[in-house]
Design a protein around this ligand. Structure first.
Ligand code: URA
Ligand code: SF4
Length: 273
């Protein structure tokens, strides 16, 4: 069956394909990205290894691994859910409709996209074909797929060591903060965690895009406000850090979480349940 078109069988029924149906690439998935993590990984070697990841079945119908973008010493790491249709085709995170909305909100919040390390909880696009429009529609990854992919994210965090992580949407937030975390209840708040000085979560930009017409502007304003909270947190952290250098006895400076050092090995840290 051609991959990019609907086809009819002899009964005239429309066949639908999806990223979870009969595999195009047939190498059996190993069950975890951990099987593909190179020793003494750098971002460059991680990226190269992620290209060949067969940790779960999602690689089978995706065009390519969408790894990440941004400076290796970024102070803010953005964790989305998974690449979308445009990201799958271009190989870059956040360049489709959600990415465009995200860019607009970043600009309004005074955050430069170039300063961010952008990545996703799941590195391959999971989709199902829309029977009417033939478009590839996003499908939510399962807990098992998020867990299988987590070693990539864990190692990215250990290498970049961002001051702040912002999770976009429940999949990313639960991956880092546990399944009980509620984005709706805890959005925009700095959460204590071993991953960074603070982890924030907000809704996924696609939820803003899907908001009913009358609520769309408000949803975008709230999303932008959450980005501003991250920017303010970092500005405060920086000014406190500067003060601490001038007055070492009055303020002891920013403590990194115990056990987090430049040489820490991601695999020794607790992973998602
Ligand atoms: N949505 C995401 O969560 N990540 C992307 O890279 C694009 C859309
Ligand atoms: Fe590997 Fe993640 Fe892709 Fe699954 S989604 S194949 S674990 S990179």
């Amino acid at each position: 069956m051609p991959r990019d078109a609907r086809s009819s069988d002899t009964t005239g029924c429309v066949k639908i394909d999806s990223s979870t149906m009969t595999p195009r690439k047939t190498v059996k998935a190993t069950g975890s990205a951990a099987d593909f993590i190179p020793p003494r990984a750098t971002l460059a070697t991680l990226r190269a290894a992620a290209d060949g990841c067969r940790g779960c079945d999602l690689y089978k119908h995706a065009t390519q691994t969408v790894f990440s973008e941004g400076p290796s010493r970024a102070r803010i790491m953005i964790v989305g859910e998974q690449p979308g249709d445009v990201e799958d085709k271009t190989g870059r995170p956040f360049v489709g409709p959600s990415g465009k909305l995200f860019d607009r909100a970043l600009e309004a919040a005074g955050i430069d996209r170039e300063d961010l390390y952008l990545t996703n909880a799941v590195k391959h696009f999971k989709w199902a074909r829309d029977t009417r429009t033939v478009r590839r529609l996003h499908k939510t990854p399962t807990t098992g797929e998020v867990r299988a992919c987590f070693p990539w994210l864990e190692h990215e965090i250990a290498i970049v060591r961002p001051a702040v992580i912002l999770c976009l949407g429940a999949i990313a937030a639960k991956a880092l903060l546990g399944s009980a975390f509620s984005v709706m209840k805890q959005r925009g708040a700095a959460v204590d965690s071993p991953w960074a000085e603070a982890v924030f979560a907000t809704v996924h930009p696609s939820a803003v895009l899907r908001a009913p017409r009358g609520e769309r502007n408000k949803a975008e304003r709230m999303f932008t406000d959450d980005l501003r909270k991250v920017a303010r947190y970092l500005a405060r952290a920086s000014s406190q850090k500067k003060r601490s250098r001038k007055e070492p006895r009055k303020f002891s400076g920013w403590q990194t979480t115990p056990g987090r050092s430049r040489t820490s090995n991601a695999s020794t840290r607790s992973s998602r349940a």
